[in-house]
Design a protein around this ligand. Structure first.
Ligand SMILES: [Fe+2]
Ligand SMILES: [Fe+2]
Length: 224
């Protein structure tokens, strides 16, 4: 990803700092949740920010840093919440710099509330933009691709057996298929978005993804 830096040299410096820090922290992640994901979230977040009139500097900083604590969450088997740990690490990174403390806090708070399962709902417009851009990357054609990439990473099958009760299957097993992810999570994502532009993009992606997974099920069961 090529980031278009703002003219302001101070902002440019902060963005470079965030990008380098995030790239270094994320270098060992599996590709379904790695830097490519961050690149797409940055592009989508900047698009939504421009349409919605959000602060593009805050949105860009928060997008670059939003998943910096993924490794900690993986290493703790989910006990550490990467959104909360990302909030802490972001403040640790930005507090010693010359950035105004309220701006650093604003960026960190966007990160704290970006998680789908979190009880912390996004409050500021910039937090809503990051939330939407991150969720949009889980649906549509990209969402389908990521779901299969992830199921491959955990050694899951192409599709669940037609007699399998999806809701009784477990994550990180052979049954943790892309279809399972759609049934338990991805089909609900478009209903949870916050901004009008995010909702507009999510509607089209949701429709495409639903058609795909319905078709997949029909093909596997020999009905199409
Ligand atoms: Fe995340
Ligand atoms: Fe993310």
């Amino acid at each position: 990803m090529r980031i278009t830096y703002p003219e302001d040299p101070v902002k440019k410096q902060f963005i470079k700092l965030a990008e380098e820090y995030a790239r270094q922290r994320m270098q060992n992640l599996r590709s379904s949740h790695g830097w490519d994901h961050v690149s797409r979230v940055v592009r989508m977040a900047l698009h939504i920010a421009r349409v919605e009139g959000a602060d593009t500097f805050v949105v860009l900083m928060a997008s670059l840093l939003h998943d910096i604590a993924r490794d900690e969450e993986n290493a703790s088997n989910g006990k550490t919440c990467h959104a909360e740990e990302g909030y802490r690490l972001t403040l640790e990174l930005l507090t010693p710099t010359s950035m105004d403390p309220p701006v650093a806090l604003h960026i960190a708070e966007c990160i704290k509330t970006h998680r789908f399962r979190s009880n912390n709902a996004p409050e500021s417009l910039e937090a809503k933009v990051l939330f939407d851009a991150d969720k949009i990357d889980s649906i549509g054609a990209v969402g389908i691709g990521r779901a299969f990439l992830f199921s491959g990473e955990v050694g899951a099958r192409l599709h669940n057996d037609e007699h399998t009760d999806i809701l009784s299957t477990r994550a990180y097993t052979e049954e943790d298929t892309a279809y399972r992810e759609f049934i338990v999570k991805l089909q609900y994502i478009s209903d949870r978005l916050c901004t009008d532009e995010g909702k507009r993009i999510a509607r089209a992606r949701h429709q495409f993804m639903s058609e795909y997974f319905n078709r997949l099920h029909l093909e596997v069961t020999g009905e199409a």
